[in-house]
Design a protein around this ligand. Structure first.
Ligand SMILES: Cc1ncc(COP(=O)(O)O)c(C=O)c1O
Length: 383
């Protein structure tokens, strides 16, 4: 039996109701939402708007200001495109995913945007609020962009505290690794915008993600086109979510994501997090005494999502992960996890780490199988 421990890349399996919701939508309700008034349009609108409410309720946002798009990457790019102009300054952290770093480096090179990267001094690289404030106040700053949790180590960053301390500078949060994995109350956080993937902790299909916008923070659409509303106008409607949802929304994805979020709410995010936390502690206890195993960014008392990165002396991470899959049917991710800056900060560049991403359906025996395999790798090698 295979063991999937790569939930930080994408959740598998998805929430139990997702496949059925998607199939049911395609078989019974797959009209184009908001286009016309016949019954299939109405049923599709109902599914999409129901999903919007489910996502917003789970993340503590206002459904009207919760917009669907292809994923966290798209929404991060959309916010940057709307808010940055030549000469602006952005403050970010060394723990960002390339979904943040690559567009920021592009703006730096092509649009003369200044990018200041905070390297937190703590061993997991998480910047303190003071370190962020110090950098933000050093020069006029247009935007702060921060990971909510680092996808390499699982460490949580103090986004709400930073947002409060740097106000009125807006903070954009990349919540790809926390949405559905840790409790989030967007309205309480005080951040300007939060981008999340539908296919990771939210346990939905790929190709759908959300952006939540604070009532005081607006962005211009990145793409413009039909919305079904205000068809008489050649300009985008002013109201959300239509203003930011040009073209037919991913209805199939929304059907799945809505079902997933409803399932998560029923089970409770806290319970999902605690289940993963117990497994994470079991994994750490089992790995930390294996000679030559190094845990990266692990600090037991700090808030985190249920991710663990490790390396093994003398073993190439790619070869070790391939051996785990081939010999033990354990799937983990090896390498740089699309976050070269984080690996540089953690001193695991360029070889990267083995990343274990624990999900709600993993069990103690999954973890024990991985621990046993790593012990075997130490004793007998991986050939
Ligand atoms: C921290 C972080 N940000 C952004 C992304 C990209 O998310 P999406 O697949 O929704 O574009 C990921 C996923 O790999 C991630 O881990």
């Amino acid at each position: 039996m295979s063991i999937y421990l790569d939930h930080a890349a994408t959740a598998f399996p998805k929430a139990p109701d997702v496949a059925e919701a998607v199939t049911l939508f395609l078989k019974q309700a797959a009209g184009n939402p908001g286009r016309g008034g016949h019954r299939l349009t109405v049923s599709a609108s109902r599914v999409v708007e129901g999903a919007r409410e489910d996502v917003a309720a789970l993340l503590g946002g206002n459904p009207e200001r919760t917009v669907f798009g292809p994923g966290a990457t798209f929404w991060i790019n959309a916010v940057l495109a709307s808010r940055l102009k030549a000469g602006d300054r952005v403050v970010t952290t060394a723990l960002e995913h390339n979904a943040v770093m690559r567009p920021l480096r592009w703006y730096e090179k092509k649009r003369r945007v200044k990018v200041a990267v905070v390297h937190g001094r703590s061993s997991d690289g998480v910047p303190t609020v003071d370190e962020m404030v110090e950098r933000v106040t050093r020069a006029p700053t247009s935007l702060v962009v921060m990971n909510h949790a680092c996808n390499v180590t699982g460490s949580v960053l103090p986004v709400a505290e930073v947002a409060q301390a740097v106000s009125p500078v807006p903070v954009l949060v990349d919540a790809a690794q926390t949405a559905g994995s840790r409790p989030i109350d967007f309205d309480e956080m005080g951040v300007a915008a939060l981008a999340a993937s539908g296919h990771k902790g939210l346990l939905g299909p790929t190709g759908i993600g959300v952006l939540l916008l604070a009532p005081w923070f607006e962005i211009e659409p990145l793409v413009r086109g039909g919305t079904g509303s205000r068809s008489e106008s050649e300009e985008m409607p002013e109201h959300l979510p239509d203003r930011l949802e040009a073209g037919t929304v991913n209805t199939v994805g929304a059907a799945g994501l809505g079902a997933a979020c409803a399932w998560i709410r029923e089970r409770a995010v806290e319970a999902i997090h605690d289940h993963g936390r117990q497994l994470l502690l079991r994994l750490v206890a089992g790995l930390k005494d294996v000679p030559g195993v190094f845990l990266h960014g692990w600090e037991s008392d700090k808030p985190r999502v249920n991710i663990l990165s490790f390396t093994m002396r003398g073993k190439d991470t790619g070869e070790l992960a391939a051996w785990l899959d081939r010999k033990h049917s354990v799937m983990v991710r090896a390498g740089l996890h699309c976050a070269p800056a984080a690996h540089q900060r953690l001193e695991t560049f360029p070889n990267g780490t083995i990343r274990v991403g624990i999900g709600p359906f993993n069990t103690e025996s999954d973890i024990d199988a991985l621990i046993a395999a790593i012990n075997e790798a130490y004793e007998n090698g991986i050939s």
